[in-house]
Write a protein that binds this ligand. Structure first.
Ligand code: PSV
Ligand code: MN
Ligand code: MN
Length: 386
């Protein structure tokens, strides 16, 4: 038996962070298909994020990416967010789009390049101070393409030194979130390829260094929920970067390729107390061919649906079946929850929150897209290739 009132309360209190870059134009290395009405400035990205929050009620924060979201006055940007009813979330660093970073950034063999990269990371902490952001999110494109190209151990030492310097600069209430990715853009050896490497660095740094699980950053067949369970058990799961992959780092809408995997992840989050802790549920997606705001709303809804199904798992029945060694019974408890149509429940939750039960339809009815297309002429790229 599940307590429906508790399930609804948990769903009302859920928060999903949307990324500023998902609102802008993006593409593959083959082509960026520009869409009319995309934001031209970080201010307009915040306005789009606020529209998503107004319709869903559960997307109150926005990740920024520096330098894609560079402005002169970050405090003014944060104030504008506040006026729109949203807040600045994680500050994402970028140490991969500069010619100097051909051989890496914080792991580069040349100390001058490493200094430049660390300088950028420290600037990101300044931006956190100015915006009130609590999270510094680090993803490094560092790695090597050929055996012997550089010293694998030496690069780990350089990485550790850089992380320690930045960690020491964090203020009260600020965290460092370290993301891993098993390959790309480096193909032979990536410097932070897996959760174990990220975890080992975080462990040395201190409690406020935590691991980011980007769902698109794993080899096919990886049991991501096991990683989630392990990191939560160790108190080191800082955040998710949610998206979907079919082949590699595809950055498609979360819950679109494998909703069952998302459910299994959310079930482990729930089991590990991650729904009520400081784990940040962020999206890291790009909408190359589909309309952006409806895609982001749909993604938030997909996270909600997976969460609702996880909350509906009859934990008592599951524990009994597991204890009795009832393999099929235990699996059936999980599958019963997964196979429940939770859309009516989420519609009720939205109505309880004073929202339209169908946020995508409400967005289309609002006429906002037409208005914005007329107002905004000449969009910017999300950042990839910009
Ligand atoms: C590159 O793989 C990446 O998608 C990482 O997942 C980062 O989180 C994101 O770019 C933004 O820098
Ligand atoms: Mn990511
Ligand atoms: Mn990625």
């Amino acid at each position: 038996m599940t307590d429906l009132a508790a399930v609804k309360a948990a769903l009302r209190n859920q928060a999903v962070e949307t990324p500023s870059w998902a609102y802008g134009n993006s593409g593959t290395r083959f082509k960026v298909f520009a869409q009319p009405g995309v934001p031209r400035t970080p201010y307009e990205k915040l306005a789009d994020a606020a529209a998503v929050h107004t319709l869903t009620g559960v997307a109150p924060t926005v990740s920024l990416h520096i330098p894609w979201d560079r402005v002169d006055d970050y405090a003014a940007l944060a104030k504008y967010a506040d006026e729109l009813g949203v807040r600045v979330g994680a500050i994402n660093s970028n140490t991969f789009q500069d010619d100097d970073y051909r051989l890496g950034s914080v792991c580069h063999p040349d100390a001058a390049v490493r200094r430049k990269a660390v300088g950028h990371l420290l600037e990101c902490v300044d931006i956190m101070d100015a915006t009130g952001s609590g999270d510094l999110k680090l993803w490094f494109a560092d790695g090597t393409n050929y055996p012997g190209q550089d010293d694998i151990r030496g690069r780990q030492d350089r990485l550790a030194d850089a992380l320690a310097e930045v960690y020491a600069r964090l203020g009260d209430g600020q965290r460092m979130l370290l993301e891993y990715k098993f390959f790309e853009p480096a193909f032979y050896a990536t410097d932070v390829p897996d959760w174990g490497t990220a975890y080992a660095h975080c462990l040395k740094l201190g409690d406020r260094a935590q691991v980011v699980v980007d769902t698109g950053h794993h080899a096919p067949g990886t049991n991501i929920e096991f990683i989630v369970a392990t990191l939560l058990r160790e108190g080191r799961l800082g955040a998710f970067d949610f998206n979907s992959r079919f082949y590699a780092d595809d950055d498609l809408m979360v819950g679109s390729a494998d909703p069952f995997q998302l459910f299994r992840i959310m079930h482990e989050v729930l089991r590990g107390g991650g729904l009520t802790s400081a784990v940040a549920f962020m999206l890291d997606q790009c909408h190359n061919i589909e309309a952006k705001i409806p895609a982001i709303i749909r993604s938030v809804m997909n996270v909600q649906e997976a969460t609702a199904k996880a909350l509906l798992v009859d934990q008592k029945a599951l524990a009994v079946a597991q204890w009795e060694g009832d393999v099929l019974g235990a699996n059936a408890v999980l599958m019963d929850a997964y196979n429940t149509d939770v859309r009516p429940l989420l519609a009720e939750v939205r109505e309880d929150m004073g929202l339209d039960p169908d946020p995508v339809a409400a967005y289309h009815r609002s006429g906002r897209h037409r208005r914005v297309v007329a107002e905004r002429v000449g969009g910017t790229q999300a950042g990839w290739g910009a």
